[in-house]
Write a protein that binds this ligand. Structure first.
Ligand SMILES: Nc1ncnc2c1ncn2[C@@H]1O[C@H](COP(=O)(O)OP(=O)(O)OP(=O)(O)O)[C@@H](O)[C@H]1O
Ligand SMILES: [Mg+2]
Length: 226
């Protein structure tokens, strides 16, 4: 099942330190995403995409406004509640994969489960079946440096999926891939919406990538465009 997301009047300011000057990365953003929707956040560098994904992932809090996931305000989570939310509900895929170089594909994918207290045998079995789901059953023993960029990103997608998240946050996941490989990763994400009902929010500056989502939200200078 996917998560339902509501963003209500969200602003995010970062103090610059000098002369009390504050820059607003998000200047009042409101939208809603249904369970199992695949939505793209499209906009140029600096428009606030990563800032917004960080708020959805409870890695940061809005300066004002609310972010609700399945009706619950993320800002009201207790510290342990936030940890659980980050470990089990919202998973992130990054532009540079962020795989651990000394671990095999299987070990990278099993890691979030081990950190969540899943017994090693079960963690390995779930990691193996998730790697099979992304088409990498033949690469379980490979290290990241033995994989292509597209394969590394599929390992990263498997690592995000292995915890059965309700919300998948993808920050420029194809930014480091050629267009054909990038399209395959986006197809994989689209298939997860159809197959698992995960809600996906994809941040990208590529209109081509965004067009593969079910709906596009255009962000510019911290505001949604009509
Ligand atoms: N921790 C921070 N401290 C100060 N300013 C920040 C911080 N994080 C982001 N910003 C500013 O907020 C604005 C939005 O940044 P953000 O990273 O969200 O953009 P983006 O759309 O993800 O860009 P890109 O496509 O380059 O990744 C930028 O002006 C950036 O400089
Ligand atoms: Mg960014």
């Amino acid at each position: 099942m996917g998560a339902r997301v509501e963003v209500e009047g969200v602003r995010k300011a970062f103090g610059s330190g000098g002369e009390g000057v504050v820059s607003e990365a998000l200047a009042g953003v409101s939208f809603a995403i249904g369970s199992g929707e695949f939505v793209a956040l499209l906009g140029p560098s600096g428009c606030g995409k990563s800032t917004l994904l960080n708020l959805l992932g409870a890695l940061d809090r809005p300066t004002s406004g609310r972010v609700l996931v399945d009706g619950g305000d993320l800002a009201l989570l207790t510290e342990p509640g936030r940890d659980l939310y980050r470990r089990r509900t919202a998973a992130t895929v990054f532009q540079f994969f962020n795989l651990l170089p000394t671990m095999t594909s299987l070990e990278n994918v099993a890691l979030p489960l081990l950190l969540d207290g899943v017994p090693p045998g079960e963690a390995d079995a779930r990691a193996a079946s998730t790697l099979a789901e992304v088409g990498l059953s033949g690469k379980t023993g490979s290290y990241p440096w033995q994989l292509s960029g597209g394969q590394m990103q599929r390992v990263a997608v498997a690592r995000a999926l292995v915890v059965s998240p309700a919300l998948l946050l993808a920050d420029e996941p194809t930014g480091n891939l050629d267009s054909r490989t990038g399209a395959q990763v986006l197809d994989l994400l689209g298939g997860l919406v159809a197959g698992r009902g995960v809600t996906i929010v994809l941040a990208t500056h590529s209109a081509d990538a965004a067009a593969r989502a079910g709906r596009v939200l255009s962000l510019r200078d911290g505001l949604l465009e009509a």
